[in-house]
Ligand binder design. Structure first.
Ligand SMILES: [Zn+2]
Length: 176
């Protein structure tokens, strides 16, 4: 067991050795993920156990991270904890992937092939995230108003009842 994670791994070789890897990756090193984060400071904790069950080499993994996603309503940070367990079956053909047990996702790799560890971790993190992250409370006043007001009514309202005027009022600091 090591604390530092290697940049590349040879999963089949590690499975023969029944190796364990444990460590952290910087979120900022995960390019696809950091694109959808409010802040990419912090780390993801990774733990991987490689083994072989009869002819199938597997990786049992756990990832744990606290992320700042971007709320899709208000564009403000949204704290999100990911604690995901997964199991990968090492295969080198699509036909093998189809025969994997139901609890295994396929990981395509050839004998002796080295894969970037961060790609595996990043794929699992992205899978664990919601498609449309948003705060549980109504965090965007305009959405709240339009929920209550059908679109055709907004068009008909005169300037004194303009929902945007109301929104401006709501947003004025210190206004009571
Ligand atoms: Zn929000």
């Amino acid at each position: 067991m090591v604390d530092r994670l290697p940049e590349f791994i040879d999963p089949l070789h590690l499975a023969e050795k029944r190796a364990e890897l444990k460590g952290k990756l910087f979120l900022s090193s995960l390019n696809r993920l950091s694109d959808i984060l409010y802040s990419d400071s912090g780390v993801v904790n990774v733990s991987l156990s490689f083994s072989r069950e009869e002819r199938l080499a597997t990786v049992a993994g756990q990832i744990y991270a606290t992320l700042d996603l971007i709320c899709q309503n208000c564009a403000q940070p949204l704290g999100w904890t990911v604690h995901s367990r997964f199991k990968l079956g090492l295969v080198n053909t699509i036909a093998q992937a189809d025969r994997l047990p139901a609890d295994c996702e396929p990981l395509l790799c050839e004998a002796g092939q080295k894969l970037p560890l961060k790609d595996i971790v990043e794929d699992e993190l992205l899978l664990a995230l919601p498609a449309f992250p948003k705060h549980e409370h109504p965090c965007f006043a305009l959405e709240y108003l339009t929920d209550k007001t059908p679109a055709d009514e907004i068009d008909k309202t005169d300037s004194t009842e303009n929902p945007f005027a109301l929104l401006a009022k709501l947003k004025k600091p210190g206004d009571s």
